[in-house]
Ligand binder design. Structure first.
Ligand SMILES: [Mg+2]
Length: 160
């Protein structure tokens, strides 16, 4: 199984080989479209227990102009959200130690956060999206996720 880092490195490789075949051309177009997406200083809380994902996703979001804070698990996310409900967007991993993404989302909604929460999960089973939405997530994206899909989901959630 590919790690997120390998997947994103594939995307970068595909863009570097633009024009050699139709597939890489498609990737290059996605990379170009991703580059054009701007997140206008949005304050994003990125919740993920994987250091690789924290690094990759925050780099992508920051390069698009967002301000990013990281929480390593659901409890940290709840703590940060209880201190400041001023996030414009929360990106929430579902599988995490201590407090998972479903519970963290429920509790952050109870705190009064009304902004968008994008669930991000590698757990592609039937009913998973419904479970995330029932917990209070407003969007659902599967990992691995490429730069364009991440940024376009963020932009859509932010109404940009
Ligand atoms: Mg996880």
């Amino acid at each position: 199984m590919k790690t997120q880092a390998m997947y994103l490195s594939d995307c970068a490789h595909a863009s570097a080989t633009f024009g050699r075949d139709a597939d890489s051309g498609e990737w290059a177009e996605r990379v170009a479209r991703a580059r054009a997406l701007r997140l206008n200083d949005a304050r994003i809380l990125l919740v993920d227990d994987s250091p690789d994902n924290q690094l990759l996703f925050s780099r992508i979001l920051k390069a698009a102009g967002a301000q990013v804070e990281i929480a390593e698990n659901g409890q940290q996310a709840i703590d940060k959200a209880s201190l400041a409900l001023s996030y414009d967007l929360i990106i929430m991993d579902i599988r995490m130690p201590i407090v998972d993404g479903y519970e963290a989302t429920r509790r952050i909604r109870e705190l009064g956060f009304q902004g968008p929460i994008i669930a991000l999960t590698a757990h592609a089973v039937v009913g998973e999206e419904e479970r995330c939405r029932a917990a209070g997530c407003s969007d659902f994206q599967l990992k691995p996720i490429d730069r364009y899909s991440l940024l376009s989901a963020a932009a859509r959630s932010l109404g940009l």
